[in-house]
Design a protein around this ligand. Structure first.
Ligand code: KDG
Length: 318
């Protein structure tokens, strides 16, 4: 039984090999991605056993996801193939209209994973874990997916697991009011929240410290403000810890937040100081943006130390 369980839709990612608008791109590179799958791979590389609860379609891409995640050490026993169903995919457009930024285009509506429901939550599998991780993406996929997240969070909370939530509000999947309503009601069941300024404005109408405190007042004890290329800030009842991001060449920004959250949560479970968790998460995010694909460059724990040795030395040198 895994230490860390997550719930969501793994996707096949078709990443533009060249920069610019998708209409002008001729070559795409295939990767396995999806926020929760990325999180699971990150936690696996930090030494935890992990499992993903999902569904894939009865197709080549579904099989590719199962083979890849299994190869990366994630337990796939709770990812059935849905007969007649299809696997969601998405394209990544890089460097247009904002150089250095990536955008996603989904083909996932009605996918096998959007049929996840509370009946797919195996309570014995979940209850033996230490952490459940959910995201706003799964909450947005369908009513049954939302109900599955709520069921899992309730079960986990009652069983004394830590519950982490990455708000990951995707306005291509739902609107602001719906997102706010669904996520705010989940907060009393959540211990740790990962959120950026855009999402916190939607969720609690503010950003920074006032957003962190508004979120903590609803239940979570740890709020991690993801500030992208600026790094992050972690709020707990003992105060705030900040760390800047590491400067690296950016190839594709997609997936950095998931690696950050997976490494941060794993480090937190290991009892590392908040500052060390934040540095480790930032290191993972930095490595992920240097390549195409979300999972390939997620670091192993020992590589994080090597990264930090090098980069913290550079910081001290100024
Ligand atoms: O965070 C990275 C994810 O956005 C990407 O892999 C696709 O899961 C995805 C989503 O739904 O946006």
């Amino acid at each position: 039984m895994p230490d860390i369980v997550t719930l969501g839709e793994p996707l096949v990612q078709l990443n533009a090999v060249t920069l610019g608008r998708l209409r002008d791109v001729n070559y795409f590179e295939k990767h396995v991605a999806g926020a929760e799958a990325n999180f699971a791979v990150a936690a696996t590389r930090m030494g935890f056993s992990t499992g993903l609860i999902s569904k894939v379609g009865d197709d080549e891409f579904g099989q590719s996801i199962i083979d890849t995640l299994r190869g990366r050490g994630v337990d796939v026993s709770h990812i059935p193939v849905e007969k007649g169903g299809f696997t969601g995919i998405y394209f990544v457009q890089r460097g247009y209209p904002v150089p250095g930024k990536s955008e996603v285009v989904y083909y996932r509506k009605g996918s096998a994973a959007s049929h996840i429901s509370p009946a797919d939550i195996d309570s014995a599998y979940l209850k033996s874990a230490k952490l459940l991780h959910i995201t706003g993406i799964t909450m947005a996929l369908s009513d049954t997916c939302r109900a599955a997240c709520q069921t899992a969070a309730k079960l986990a909370h009652r069983a004394g697991l830590k519950v982490s939530l990455d708000t990951n509000i995707r306005l291509k999947l739902w609107d602001k009011a719906e997102a706010r309503e669904a996520l705010i009601h989940l907060l009393p069941l959540v211990d740790m929240v990962f959120i950026d300024d855009t999402d916190s404005r939607i969720l609690v109408g503010s950003k920074g410290s006032s957003a962190a405190h508004a979120i903590m007042s609803k239940g979570p004890q740890v709020v991690v403000l993801k500030e992208g290329s600026k790094g992050g800030a972690v709020y707990t009842k003992s105060g705030v810890v900040r760390e800047g991001a590491y400067r690296v060449p950016v190839v594709d920004t997609i997936g950095a937040g998931d690696a950050f959250a997976g490494v941060f949560s794993s480090a937190y479970l290991k009892g590392w100081t908040i500052q060390k968790c934040l540095k480790a998460g930032n290191a993972a995010g930095a490595l992920v943006v240097t390549v195409r694909g979300d999972q390939e460059n997620i670091p192993y724990e020992s590589d994080i130390f090597e990264f930090l040795k090098e980069f913290d030395l550079e910081e001290q040198k100024g």
